[in-house]
Design a protein around this ligand. Sequence first.
Ligand SMILES: Cc1cc2nc3c(=O)[nH]c(=O)nc-3n(C[C@H](O)[C@H](O)[C@H](O)COP(=O)(O)OP(=O)(O)OC[C@H]3O[C@@H](n4cnc5c(N)ncnc54)[C@H](O)[C@@H]3O)c2cc1C
Length: 355
Amino acid sequence: MNEEIYDVIIIGAGASGLMMASLLNDKNLKVCVLDSNATIGAKIKVSGGAKCNITNKYLHESNFLGEQDFIKSIFSKFDNNDLLKFLHKNSLYPNLNEKIVKGTYFCNSSNEVISLFKKLTKDIHFKLNTTVKNVEYLENLFCIKTDKNIIKTKKLVVASGGKSFANLGASDIGFKIAENFGHRVQTLNPALVGFTVQKDQFWFKELSGLSLNVKIKVDGKTVVGDMLFTHKGCSGPAILTTSLYWKKGKFSIDFLPSKDSYLPKRFKKAIKELDIDIRNYEISPAGNYGYTKAEVTKGGISTPEINVENMESKLQKDLYFLGEVLDVTGELGGYNFQWAFSSAFVCSQNIMNKI
Ligand SMILES: Cc1cc2nc3c(=O)[nH]c(=O)nc-3n(C[C@H](O)[C@H](O)[C@H](O)COP(=O)(O)OP(=O)(O)OC[C@H]3O[C@@H](n4cnc5c(N)ncnc54)[C@H](O)[C@@H]3O)c2cc1C
């Protein structure tokens, strides 16, 4: 059998895995990145309408679901300003564009982010078209079984993301690895996703394609932004963020959130025969569009079992977890890439110190 031993293996050539590899590229380390896709950064490529919404001016732990102290501590080491500085240093200048969501920074093209990571990882060994099946720990080495062979490493970084968008390489391997090493995985659900509706909201279908500025109250949070009516229910930026906080039961929509708001004729016509409170319209979604349409997976590896100083498992030495695989999920607006990059930064600094 063909066996190789690396210092560090990173599972996932997505946002967090690429940042991690870039930061380890400086050192004379034997690092390998594995990914089932044929190319790197599949989600980066399609993100933000191919312009990659890379971070947010108003980054704060309260924009995330997850353990607030844990998230705060990671951002205290690498936040949105540090990310922008890192990008500027590498001649990439994202623009503030607040047309859709407050505080969002977009790149000119997501390809420039991928090109940057290609440049920064030139000394890293990539094994693409390689799917990880299973991991075991034997005689102080991680043995990674792939669809091709077994590869061994002293340190293993799991940056394999969530379950959303399987057509872009997503799988549940990170959660399985964590569970095999005794970690708890908090319930997984699609998030940043549209809702399907129940009979009471079938009038939404008549308005398919219409977008309205609304204020939504959900589980103690207030979300302001555009809501899009669709043939299946509702979507748009405000609804996507609502899906992050919605558990089950009702949330309420204010269709006239400000003095400048007005209701389009189509909307007035659709609600004419209905007795609804347009300032406090309550809805209980039937469900959501699922993992094929969800931008992220909420839930994940429980963070009290992860060392906040270096992202290492508290249950298995030399095993690290980054990005979306953890129980940390951000709102729509560049928060999830920032989390992926910040967690990678914290991990990379500490791996460098230890090798
Ligand atoms: C359509 C879309 C648009 C988005 N737009 C934005 C945006 O504009 N801004 C933002 O902040 N966030 C956005 N997101 C969310 C963001 O892409 C993710 O939160 C982020 O990429 C997570 O980073 P990660 O490194 O944890 O995982 P990923 O970037 O998903 O990387 C995980 C990698 O692991 C690989 N992998 C998985 N399983 C295996 C396996 N078994 N073997 C080998 N490799 C494996 C995958 O192929 C993938 O390349 C978007 C998501 C989607 C789906």
